[in-house]
Design a protein around this ligand. Structure first.
Ligand code: 13P
Length: 248
C-alpha cells in the first residue's frame, strides 16, 4: 500500500522572516499528519529549514543538485553538501530547469544518480509542454524522460526515488490538469515502470504537480495512481499548503 506525500517547491521565493513563520506553522500543524510532508527550499535556506524542522514530521530538501561530486564547478552544489544539511529529498529535472537552464535528459539522469549515490531521495519531474500535448505526444515525452533514468541506473533505482508528473502547461498557470487527465498520465508512467519491474511500479510514489490548490487537491489525490502532490505557489501560504496536506 503506497502512502501519500505532499512536497512544497518554494522555487526562488522566501526570506528569513517569512520562512520562519511558514516553517513554524507547518511544523506545528504537521504533528497529526498521516501523509508525509516535505518542503524543498532554496539552497541558502537549507540551514534554516534544518534548524526549524529537525525532530518534526516535516522533511526538507533542495530543488536541484549538481551531477558532479566536487571540483571546479562554480555555482554548483553537490549531493554530499545537501546531505550535510540533512536533506531527505532533492528535485531533479523540474521543467523550469529543463526549459530555462537547458538540462537535457542525460544531465537529469546524472543528477538523479548523484542524488541516489549520496543517499538522498530524488524526486524526478517529468511532463509535457502544451505544444507537445496538442501534438498528441504526451506519452512519448514522459516516457522518454523516465526512460533516460531507467536506462542509466536500472529500474531498481526507482525504489529509492519519487516520481512527479508536472504538465508544463499547468505550472503556475492556474490551469490544473483534470483528475482524469492526470490519472491517465500517471497510469501510463506506472505501466512503463511495471514493464520493467512490477513490484517497483506497485510501490513507487507518483506525485502530481501543476496548480494544485486546496480546492482541487482532494479530487486529484483520490485518483488511483496519484500518490500526492508537488506544490508550487500554494506551498508558500501555510494554510493553503496545510489544507493540501490534509486533503492527502
Ligand atoms: P504551481 O503549483 O505554482 O503550479 O507549481 C507547480 C510546480 O512547478 C511544483 O514543482
Amino acid at each position: 500500500m503506497r502512502t501519500k506525500l505532499v512536497a512544497g517547491n518554494w522555487k526562488m521565493h522566501g526570506n528569513f522572516g517569512a520562512n520562519l513563520t511558514l516553517l513554524t506553522r507547518i511544523k506545528e500543524a504537521a504533528t497529526g499528519f498521516a501523509p508525509a510532508c516535505a518542503v524543498c527550499v532554496p539552497f541558502p535556506y537549507l540551514a534554516q529549514a534544518q534548524s526549524v524542522l529537525a525532530g518534526s514530521l516535516v522533511a526538507w530538501g533542495a530543488q536541484d543538485v549538481s551531477e558532479h561530486a566536487q571540483g571546479a564547478y562554480t555555482g554548483e552544489v553537490s549531493a554530499a553538501m545537501l546531505v550535510e544539511f540533512a536533506c531527505r529529498y532533492v528535485l531533479v529535472g523540474h521543467s523550469e530547469r529543463r526549459a530555462l537552464f537547458g538540462e537535457s535528459d542525460a544531465v537529469v539522469a546524472a543528477k538523479f544518480a548523484a542524488a541516489l549515490k549520496a543517499g538522498l531521495t530524488p524526486i524526478l519531474c517529468v511532463g509535457e509542454t502544451l505544444a507537445e500535448r496538442e501534438a498528441g505526444i504526451t506519452g512519448a515525452v514522459v516516457t522518454r524522460q523516465l526512460d533516460a533514468v531507467i536506462a542509466n541506473l536500472g529500474v531498481a533505482a526507482l525504489q529509492r526515488a519519487v516520481l512527479a508528473y508536472e504538465p508544463v502547461w499547468a505550472i503556475g498557470t492556474g490551469r490544473t490538469a483534470s483528475p482524469q487527465q492526470a490519472q491517465e498520465v500517471h497510469a501510463l508512467i506506472r505501466a512503463r515502470v511495471a514493464g520493467c519491474a512490477a513490484n517497483v511500479a506497485q510501490n513507487v510514489q507518483i506525485l502530481y504537480g501543476g496548480s494544485v490548490k486546496a480546492s482541487n487537491a482532494q479530487e486529484l489525490f483520490a485518483m488511483p495512481d496519484i500518490d500526492g502532490g508537488l506544490i508550487g505557489g500554494a506551498s508558500l501560504v501555510a494554510e493553503d499548503f496545510l489544507a493540501i496536506c490534509r486533503a492527502a
